[in-house]
Design a protein around this ligand. Structure first.
Ligand SMILES: [Zn+2]
Length: 253
């Protein structure tokens, strides 16, 4: 009887300890302040809207989930210097192009094209539309939440600035699995921006698994900012952008 009671006590203890013991969920982001999402549908008459609406019944939820994915890729915690975007005007428009972001802290605007949704649906159905919608959303949201190089001009005046901005947007998209593997190809230059720079920067997470966070933060620490300066700052003085690019080219080829 005593043994029986003991096992009951032990069982209760074990069960309660199961409940008390926290799981491995990272709670660092619990106090992240999401921006207000103002979703505007300007393409109700299109086939693209019918498809989008079927696949994304709650755009606000999809945008918030994607924001969290982006800030978790670029920052360690909410105590970091995250640009304080307080409102996102997200419009679904019947127009040329895919998607683009405008504005800056505290309010940005992003449009997404109903024609691109129709094109994606024709090329791969609903799964393709969701994959593409999330990937494009990740890219544009990076532009809202990424840090920017200092001391070297601007997006429109300096190619290094441009390559960092567009390269990081596609690096975060690639890191979260929103590009097909076959898109990663050899060739080009690390200053090309978009996927050429993006896949390279993503590959550098094999050198340091938090490379993308450190590379983003390097804009606060390396002034004037440069690719080689940031590489040396993050990975050490014995590294250079040129030798790492050559190593990457051999691996991708
Ligand atoms: Zn972009």
């Amino acid at each position: 009887m005593r043994q029986y009671l003991l096992s009951i006590v032990l069982l209760i203890f074990l069960c309660s300890s199961c409940e008390i013991e926290p799981d491995n969920t990272d709670t660092t982001w619990d106090n992240f302040i999401y921006p207000e999402i103002n979703f505007v549908n300007n393409a109700a008459h299109t086939e693209g809207w019918t498809i989008y609406n079927r696949i994304v019944p709650n755009p606000q939820d999809l945008i918030k989930e994607s924001i969290l994915g982006v800030v978790k890729t670029l920052y360690w915690s909410t105590s970091d210097s995250i640009p304080s975007i307080r409102k996102i005007n997200y419009s679904f428009d019947d127009r040329e192009g895919i998607s683009a972001k405008g504005g800056g802290v505290p309010e940005i605007s992003i449009f997404y094209s109903s024609r691109w949704v129709e094109f994606s649906a024709e090329n791969g159905g609903d799964d393709r539309v969701l994959y593409e919608t999330e990937g494009v959303l990740y890219h544009e949201l990076v532009h809202g939440f990424q840090l920017e190089p200092q001391g070297i001009g601007s997006y429109g005046t300096n190619k290094v600035f441009f390559a960092f901005i567009e390269g990081m947007a596609d690096a975060v998209r690639a890191h979260n699995g929103y590009f097909p593997d076959e898109n990663r190809m050899a060739g080009g230059h690390w200053m090309d921006g978009y996927q050429t720079t993006g896949f390279f920067l993503e590959w550098l997470t094999t050198k340091d698994k938090v490379f993308l966070k450190k590379f983003n933060r390097s804009t606060l620490e390396v002034i004037p900012w440069s690719f080689d300066g940031a590489i040396k700052h993050v990975l050490g003085e014995d590294h250079s952008i040129d030798t790492l690019w050559d190593e990457y080219q051999l691996e991708v080829f």
